[in-house]
Write a protein that binds this ligand. Structure first.
Ligand code: FMN
Length: 209
């Protein structure tokens, strides 16, 4: 931390978990050290390293750390819906919310949080926006994966996208069996176009509250 601070002229932020395992939940201690070494902001995912994604994220710990230090604390873990972000902020558990997996399923979650916060109607993407967003994921993935790793990961992203939508299970099976990018995109496009037709949209769109 000290070395990084010396090496750069930009704010340095840090992200930690609650500890390595149940016997070493030392996040409060680490948070104090990080602050003392001049970090500008701290993000906390309230699970241990050993836990990976098992169990639930400990937001009481996030709040405890926020009380223990003076730099802004961003909470992370299990925020899947806009209302959950608003609730955590309103309860004073954190200064900001970090969203990982839900943003992969629903990249509009940030605009939706803003809308809920401002008391505006929650924007729900139409089929074309969903298709465009999957293309953005595709192009980003191409920059980071070689050909062999690409298609499996792309299928995974497309599956995440349809998660939580009515009929999504069948679409996920079809995407899982698709052999190339064009096939994945065609299945995905058919699915979101069908899901966003007025007669099915009300039932099929994911929960946003
Ligand atoms: C695809 C992906 C990549 C991630 N990469 C990092 C990373 O490089 N560094 C890190 O500290 N956390 C990383 N995380 C963890 C997230 O920042 C977050 O703490 C965790 O997923 C819990 O939040 P969530 O329930 O909103 O997903 C990653 C998560 C995902 C899903």
């Amino acid at each position: 931390m000290r070395g990084i601070r010396r090496a750069v002229n930009i704010p340095v932020t840090v992200k930690i978990r609650s500890g390595w395992d149940e016997d070493s939940r030392n996040a409060v201690e680490i948070a104090r050290m990080v602050e003392a070494e001049g970090a500008s902001m701290l993000a906390v995912h309230g699970r241990t390293r050993v836990q990976m994604y098992r169990g639930v994220a400990d937001w009481d710990l996030v709040a405890m750390i926020r009380d223990a230090i003076d730099i802004p604390v961003v909470g992370s873990g299990d925020v899947m819906l806009p209302g959950q972000a608003i609730d955590r902020l309103a309860a004073g558990l954190c200064d900001g919310v970090m969203i990982g997996r839900a943003a992969m399923e629903n990249p509009w979650i940030f605009a939706q949080i803003r809308a809920v916060h401002d008391g505006r109607p929650v924007p729900v993407p139409d089929a074309d926006e969903c298709i465009d967003a999957l293309r953005i994921f595709r192009d980003g993935l191409r920059e980071t994966r070689d050909d062999r790793g690409f298609i499996g990961r792309f299928r995974g992203l497309a599956c995440r996208f349809v998660k939580g939508m009515r009929g999504g299970a069948a679409a996920r099976r079809a995407i899982g069996a698709a052999s190339d990018v064009t096939a994945v995109e065609a299945i995905f496009a058919d699915f979101v176009r069908e899901a966003s037709r007025p007669e099915s949209a009300r039932e099929s769109s994911r929960a946003v509250a």
